[in-house]
Unconditional design. Structure first.
Length: 163
């Protein structure tokens, strides 16, 4: 991302030429916009003689922050916070798991209007097919409670007093 791709005032990020050569606008919440606004003036200064535009997220030496660096930082942070799966588990939590967690939390929050909102989440996550987003429709405790409540309403409808 370039500095011009970060609009903290309108709380929108421009994500360009990503997977499948797509670009999109990504709305962000107020707390993330505020964090980006605090970070922006702390970035290393732009060099007017550079041939390529600067990246928004850079190291101290103005190099682009690469995925490997982010993943290594996430592992250090996860270990420091004591977040881990059982030792018998094959994989420990990864940075990419935050994407799945976000998607599941959105689906839980939108459970009443899922049919119309699922395509919105698919667009936000940049899934080419809706089935890519449907993969996040796993059974969570929150969804199980809601499904049970809906089944009870279906199986035992209230009687109409006027009938």
């Amino acid at each position: 991302m370039r500095p011009s791709d970060v609009n903290v005032q309108d709380r929108v990020l421009s994500v360009r030429n990503t997977q499948f050569f797509k670009s999109r606008l990504v709305p962000v919440g107020g707390s993330l916009a505020a964090a980006l606004a605090r970070y922006a003036p702390q970035r290393p200064p732009l060099c007017p003689l550079e041939k390529h535009p600067s990246n928004f997220f850079t190291t101290r030496t103005r190099m682009a922050v690469r995925l490997g660096l982010l993943e290594a930082g996430f592992v250090r942070l996860r270990k420091r916070a004591g977040i881990r799966r059982l030792p018998a588990e094959r994989w420990q939590p990864r940075l990419h798991d935050l994407r799945a967690t976000f998607a599941v939390h959105r689906l839980v929050a939108w459970h009443r209007d899922l049919q119309t909102r699922l395509p919105l989440l698919a667009t936000y996550l940049e899934h080419v097919k809706l089935s890519g987003t449907q993969a996040y429709l796993t059974l969570t405790p929150e969804l199980l409670v809601e499904a049970s409540r809906r089944f009870d309403l279906y199986a035992q409808p209230k009687e109409d007093p006027d009938a």
